[in-house]
Design a protein around this ligand. Structure first.
Ligand SMILES: Cc1cc2nc3c(=O)[nH]c(=O)nc-3n(C[C@H](O)[C@H](O)[C@H](O)COP(=O)(O)OP(=O)(O)OC[C@H]3O[C@@H](n4cnc5c(N)ncnc54)[C@H](O)[C@@H]3O)c2cc1C
Length: 217
C-alpha cells in the first residue's frame, strides 16, 4: 500500500468552502488570468501556486494563518515569493484566516479586524492527509502513540497484516514531511528483499521474454 497523502485535503470548515470556485488542488494558471484569486496556505503548495498564478496574470492574494511563510519552502522558491510580496505584486495577509467565502468575495479575519475582498476563485492549499480509514479497512493497525504510523516491521515494511506491505509517505503516518521522493524510493528495495527471502524454495515462474525480444536476438 503506497497511496501517499494527497487523498484528503485538510478542510477549513467555513461557509462557502463547498462552492465550485473553491479548490483544494492546484491545477493550472490560465483560467485565472485577470481574476481575483485567493491562495490560502503558507507552505510549498501555496507558494508555488501563488507564483504561478501571478506569473500568468491573476491578481493573487496569499492568506496565511502564521506570522510568516514556512521555513520548509524550497530555497529557490522562498526568495521569489518573498520578493513578489515585498514588491506588492502578490498581496499577502499573515496572521490571518478566512472566515467566509461567497460567490464574489472572501472575508478575512486579520489582526486589525475583518476585511472583505473581491474574489473569483480560492485555492485552499492547507495540506493533505493519508486516507487512514482506507488503510485501516485493510486490517492495518495505526499506531495511536506514533502519529498514526501503520504498524509494520521497519526492516521489511511488512505491516501487521501478513503479506501486506506499506511504502512511501504513508509509512510516516501523520508526519507527511518525513518521507519524500528522495528517501521513499528505497522502500521498494526493502520489500523486494523480503519477498525474495519469503519466496526462496518456492516454485517461481521465470519471466519469459516477449516474442519480439526473442526475435531480435
Ligand atoms: C507542491 C509539492 C512539491 C513537492 N516537491 C517535492 C520535491 O521537490 N522533492 C521531494 O522529494 N518531494 C516533494 N514533494 C513530496 C512528494 O510529492 C511526496 O513525498 C511523494 O510523492 C510521496 O510518494 P508516495 O509514492 O508515497 O505517494 P504519491 O506520490 O502521492 O503516490 C500515491 C499514489 O497512490 C494513488 N492512490 C491513492 N489512493 C489510492 C487508492 N485507494 N487506490 C489506488 N490508488 C490510490 C494516488 O493516485 C497516487 O498515484 C512535494 C509535494 C508537494 C505537494
Amino acid at each position: 500500500m503506497s497511496t501517499g497523502y494527497y487523498d484528503l485535503p485538510n478542510i477549513l470548515c467555513i461557509t462557502g468552502e463547498d462552492l465550485p470556485k473553491v479548490m483544494h488542488y492546484y491545477n493550472e494558471p490560465h483560467p485565472y488570468f485577470a481574476q481575483d484569486v485567493v491562495v490560502i496556505g503558507g507552505k510549498n503548495s501555496a507558494a508555488i501556486a501563488a507564483l504561478d498564478l501571478w506569473r500568468h496574470g491573476a491578481r493573487v492574494t496569499l492568506v496565511h494563518r502564521g506570522a510568516e511563510l514556512h521555513r520548509h519552502i524550497k530555497y529557490w522558491i522562498k526568495p521569489d515569493i518573498e520578493n513578489r510580496i515585498k514588491n506588492g505584486e502578490i498581496a499577502a495577509h499573515f496572521n490571518t484566516t478566512v472566515s467566509l467565502i461567497t460567490e464574489d468575495s472572501v472575508t478575512l479575519e486579520t489582526a486589525g479586524g475583518p476585511k472583505v475582498i473581491p474574489n473569483n476563485f480560492v485555492f485552499a492549499l492547507t495540506g493533505y492527509q493519508p486516507d487512514f480509514a482506507f488503510i485501516e479497512s485493510m486490517g492495518v493497525t495505526l499506531d495511536a502513540n506514533n502519529a498514526r504510523c501503520p504498524v509494520c516491521n521497519r526492516e521489511t515494511l511488512e505491516s501487521n497484516v501478513p503479506g501486506l506491505y506499506v511504502a512511501g509517505v504513508v509509512v510516516a503516518g501523520e508526519r507527511t514531511n518525513e518521507i519524500f521522493i528522495e528517501n521513499g524510493r528505497f522502500h521498494g528495495d526493502l520489500i523486494a528483499a523480503d519477498l525474495a527471502v519469503k519466496m526462496k524454495g518456492k516454485s517461481v515462474v521465470k519471466p519469459v521474454a516477449p516474442e519480439h525480444t526473442v526475435a531480435a536476438e
